[in-house]
Design a protein around this ligand. Structure first.
Ligand SMILES: [Zn+2]
Ligand SMILES: [Zn+2]
Length: 201
């Protein structure tokens, strides 16, 4: 498993120092900071771009077995509209809730690797917690499978493939039986073509 420091030697942005949080159950520590969004937050047509600003506003709470993390992450979502394929973006507030357990220790405080811990629960490591997986899990769940540029997006024209949003249109009927009527409708100031338009009905 990777340590709390990245390969570049700097502290990973998703690492939070919890040394200021008392281990007394019920103790709280608010944490608010902006960090670059982690990679791989994408679902089908929607994604949170890696490195885009992620506003974190969480509370750490000491409980008997570890630290309970709850709060909000505000992110910018980039998506393609599932109806018209236009690029669209919006801010999403994602709720976070995650338990981080203390590693099991023996009577002398040494860490015991018992092997029967809950593998899904992340661990407090050297007075730090890593929010990366917690953020990714919550944000990916919040991304829509079928994003829309607007709730009533009209999609694209089946005839020409152009967007209908802001450009509602119809195409001339190509049935030759209607062509005489069509030319009347599109050129109202012109003389009617030869022949009685009623005869085409
Ligand atoms: Zn659309
Ligand atoms: Zn069209």
């Amino acid at each position: 498993m990777a340590g709390p420091r990245s390969a570049a030697g700097g502290v990973k942005a998703t690492i939070v120092d919890v040394s200021r949080l008392s281990r007394q159950p019920g103790s709280m520590l608010p944490v608010a900071k902006e960090l670059p969004a982690p990679a791989d937050m994408v679902v089908a047509l929607a994604r949170v771009p890696e490195g885009s600003p992620l506003d974190l506003d969480i509370t750490l709470e000491s409980v008997m077995e570890g630290i309970w993390v709850s709060g909000i992450a505000d992110v910018e979502v980039l998506a393609e509209c599932s109806r018209c394929l236009e690029e669209t973006s919006w801010s999403e507030s994602v709720a976070l809730e995650q338990m981080y357990r203390y590693p099991a220790t023996d009577a002398r405080g040494a860490i015991i690797e018992s092997g029967d811990e809950d593998e899904d629960t992340p661990v407090v490591v050297d007075d730090t917690i890593d929010l990366e997986e917690t953020l990714r899990d919550a944000i990916v769940l919040a991304l829509p499978l079928a994003p829309l540029c607007s709730p009533d997006c009209a999609g694209i024209c089946v005839e020409c493939g152009e967007r209908l949003e802001g450009n509602p249109h119809n195409h001339p009927v190509t049935d030759p039986r209607w062509s005489a009527l069509e030319s009347l409708l599109s050129d109202p100031g012109q003389n009617p073509p030869e022949g009685d338009p009623d005869s085409v009905r």
